[in-house]
Design a protein around this ligand. Sequence first.
Ligand SMILES: Nc1nc2c(ncn2[C@@H]2O[C@H](COP(=O)(O)OP(=O)(O)OP(=O)(O)O)[C@@H](O)[C@H]2O)c(=O)[nH]1
Length: 333
Amino acid sequence: MSTAPSRPAIDVGALAEGIRAGRRADLSRAITLVESTRVDHRALAQELLMLLLPESGGSHRVGITGVPGVGKSTFIDALGSNLIEQGHRVAVLAVDPSSTRTGGSILGDKTRMGRLSTSPDAFIRPSPTAGTLGGVAKATRETIVLLEAAGYDVVLVETVGVGQSEVTVANMTDIFCFLTLSRTGDQLQGIKKGVLELADMVAVNKADGKFVIEAKRTARELAGALSLVHPHDALWQPPVITMSGREGSGVEEFWDTVLRHAQVLKEAGEFDAKRARQQVDWTWSMVHEQLLDRLLHDADVKAARGGIEERVRQGTLTAALASQAILEAFDHR
Ligand SMILES: Nc1nc2c(ncn2[C@@H]2O[C@H](COP(=O)(O)OP(=O)(O)OP(=O)(O)O)[C@@H](O)[C@H]2O)c(=O)[nH]1
C-alpha cells in the first residue's frame, strides 16, 4: 500500500498571526484553505475562522452586479484606486458560478484592474472555481472574515447575474449595487425585476461622451421603475446615479451613497441587524444543503429511489406519496 506524500502541516495559529500582520502570502494560503473541500482542511479552516471572527466585521461590504461588458472591472479599478488614495485598503472578490462549470474565471481578472492590481493596499481574488454556487458562496463569505481580520476596510464583491448569484451576493453584503447601461424604454423592460428588488443603488455606467444625455434619461426611467418595486415607507429608497468608470465621474457619488446608506441603516439600528440576519439565514441554508446532501448519499435512499421513481414515471404513484416514501427511507436508517 502506498502512503500519500506528507504535506507540511498547517499551523492555524501561525496563519492567523500572519493574517493579522497583513502578510499577503498567509492571507492567500488561508483563502485557499477555506476554498478547499477536503474534510481535514474544512476543520482547519473553521478553527482559523473561530480565531479571527472577533476581528472581523470592520469593512464596508459592497456587492456589485451587472452583465459582462457593463464596465465592472474598469469601475472597480477607478473606485478602488480612489479609496486607496483616501487611505483605505480595498479587497475585490468575485462570485462567478459559471466558472465552476468552465473551470475558468471571468470575474476578478487582475489584468483588467491595472491600477488596483499593482497597489500594495489592494487584494484581488478571483472566484473559487470548484463546487456549487453554495460552495462558492461559503468560501466567499469566509474569505470576507479573513480579509477583515487582515485589515481590509472595503470589500467589493462582484458578480454577473447568472442564476442565483445576485441573491447570493446581496445576502453577504451591506449594500447591493446594480450597474447598467443607457437603454431605451423597451430594453429597460428586459432588466430582471428581481435585480431591481435586490438593488440598494442603481448606477447607469458609461455616462460619458455622446451617452451622457441618454444615461440621464435612463436614470430617470429607472428611478420610476424602482419606485414601483420598493415600498414608499421603506427606510431606504434606492437612488439611481449616472457615472463613468472610465472618466471617473460619478465614482465619488457612488461611494457617498454607500456611506449614506450605511449611516441610514446604522441610525435605525438596522445595519448590525441585517448582518446578523444574513448569518442566521446562511446557517439555515447550509443546514438545507447538507441535509439534502446526506439524503442523496444515504444507502437506504439510494436503494429505494429507483423503484419509487419508476412508479412515478409510470403514473402508479403520486409525487407527494413518492416524496414521503423517499423521506421514510431516510428516516428509517
Ligand atoms: N465609454 C465607456 N466605456 C467603458 C467604460 N467602462 C468600461 N468601458 C469599456 O467597456 C468594455 C468592458 O469593460 P470592462 O470593465 O472590462 O467590463 P466588465 O463589465 O468588467 O466586463 P466583465 O468583467 O466581463 O463583466 C471595455 O471595452 C471598456 O473599455 C466607461 O465608463 N465608459
